[in-house]
Design a protein around this ligand. Sequence first.
Ligand SMILES: *Cc1c(COP(=O)(O)O)cnc(C)c1O
Length: 220
Amino acid sequence: MFIKQNYNSITDSIPDKVELVAVSKTKPLADIMDAYDHGHRAFGENKVQEMVQKHEELPKDIEWHMIGHLQRNKVKYMAPFVHLIHGVDSLKTLIEINKQAIKHDRTINCLLQVRIAREETKFGLTEEELREVLNSDIFKSLSNIKIKGLMGMASFSEDMDQVRSEFTYLSSLYRSLLAEHSEWDTLSMGMSGDYDLAIECGSTLIRVGSALFGARNYLA
Ligand SMILES: *Cc1c(COP(=O)(O)O)cnc(C)c1O
């Protein structure tokens, strides 16, 4: 179900410069079409196969955001159409995205994912690894990718002080790198439970799923 009321209150409450990506993973096409008919165009998925299928079935002016962890061998399937890949966390993956982008004669927008959560299970680069990637000659030679900024996921925690400190850290890292990367315009952080806080800390893009479409049922 698409919860129009929540959608309207979120879009009314966030600043104009903050983009809302509606996270539609596990949700049926009908839910996406309800949001689409309400005027929304940016949707996020975390599995390549699911995103490819939905892209095939749905209107072609939808902007598809890949927000999940990437397997390099699946990049080729979304390369023709993906709007922004959020979870890039290695030079190897960037090289593969660049190769596939060249094949399709396009430039693919990417965010570099930084590990900010305490949990070991969360993906992403450390600050040191991030700087290594950005300063490497190989990275600089990749002609068909465009880095738009950074992405992060805070700890899954009720402790909002912890979440705030992780968002603040990522935001200050983003701003310090903006000095050398003035073309960046995206800091992707914040989900259903913490997007207000993320925006307060400097997010420019929030990824909201359950608040818009209801809780996910992974067994369905
Ligand atoms: C699922 C997911 C979201 C959305 O989560 P909600 O809590 O349902 O808003 C945001 N970002 C990423 C990376 C996700 O995997």
